[in-house]
Write a protein that binds this ligand. Structure first.
Ligand SMILES: NC(=O)c1ccc[n+]([C@@H]2O[C@H](COP(=O)([O-])OP(=O)(O)OC[C@H]3O[C@@H](n4cnc5c(N)ncnc54)[C@H](OP(=O)(O)O)[C@@H]3O)[C@@H](O)[C@H]2O)c1
Length: 268
């Protein structure tokens, strides 16, 4: 677990996608630093569970905000629910994975993914960026995905939308720096969360063990505390990214998805 500076990043943090996986772990580690947590996602019971856990174990306050980040206008709901909170930290993490053939996606799916994986980060950055800049300190972490900008076969649109996250965060890192606001792009590789099941992957049988969400978050919070522009969590992920050409990674993804029965056959 990583402790972060409550004076810089407290007294409240807003975490999107806090009902599960990496977001849930962000909530726990931030709460362990004595920072109150406002938890955002669609599934209310899971958010209450995470909030109660944070309050019980770490003695912080929590607030549950039910919102669908793929729906236009979601930011007004989050703005209203956090209006009187002194927010010093924002973790823009909510996301999903929808592997499949690009040609099988319909326009609604394409639009939904862009709203969740790109536009939602921009709306969070604009609303909370203004608040953080006005108070002159704080931090924003954006969760993307390693190598998204290099193209991901059978995740073509998901990957392209995720590539937006890194670009946005790198630019805001510079824009917000003069105002004392830290910005980091966190780009995880395979991580042991419920998302893996969507790829038909079992962490126990994967050739390279996925990272634990706790380790991804610990490294992510350390990078934000040091105001690093970007971080790929995990030494193995960093090494792979440095030595394996992107074209080889794309071929590996093609082979991996070819083993998924629903993707093995050509489009009908
Ligand atoms: N796990 C990996 O291998 C991996 C690798 C690279 C990048 N990532 C990224 O890491 C982030 C966290 O993923 P995870 O692995 O922790 O997956 P996860 O366990 O499935 O968590 C995803 C979170 O996002 C929330 N979410 C999804 N759609 C939403 C929507 N429309 N509105 C509001 N909240 C929504 C979910 O909450 P509700 O369902 O309750 O709304 C959940 O809290 C994502 O951005 C993902 O792309 C993960």
């Amino acid at each position: 677990m990583s402790k972060i500076d409550g004076k810089r990043f407290g007294p409240w943090a807003v975490i999107t996608g806090a009902s599960s996986g990496i977001g849930r772990e962000f909530a726990r580690q931030i709460a362990a630093s004595g920072i109150h947590v406002a938890l955002v996602a669609r599934r209310e019971p899971q958010l209450h569970e995470v909030g109660l856990e944070c309050s019980r174990e770490f003695g912080v306050e929590h607030r549950v905000i039910v919102a669908d980040l793929a729906v236009e206008g979601f930011i007004a709901r989050i703005a209203e629910a956090t209006r009187e909170l002194d927010v010093g930290l924002v973790i823009s993490n909510a996301g999903s994975a929808n592997p499949g053939r690009f040609l099988d996606k319909n326009s609604d799916e394409l639009a939904m993914t862009l709203r969740l994986s790109a536009l939602a980060h921009a709306e969070m950055a604009r609303h909370f960026g203004r608040r953080l800049v006005d108070r002159g300190r704080g931090g924003l972490a954006f969760v993307g995905a390693v190598g998204a900008e290099n193209g991901a076969p059978f995740m073509a649109h998901d990957g392209a939308a995720k590539a937006y996250v890194r670009s946005l965060a790198l630019a805001l890192h510079e824009e917000f720096k003069p105002f004392g606001v830290y910005v980091t792009a966190v780009a995880p590789g395979p991580t042991d969360t419920p998302v893996l099941a969507r790829f038909g992957l079992d962490p126990k049988t994967m050739p390279l063990k996925p990272m634990l969400a706790g380790d991804v978050v610990r490294e992510g919070l350390q990078a934000l505390s040091a105001n690093r522009a970007t971080l790929i969590p995990g030494r193995m992920n960093r090494m792979m990214r440095a030595v394996v050409p992107a074209s080889v990674t794309r071929s590996m993804m093609m082979r991996m998805f070819a083993n998924m029965p629903e993707l093995a056959n050509p489009p009908s």
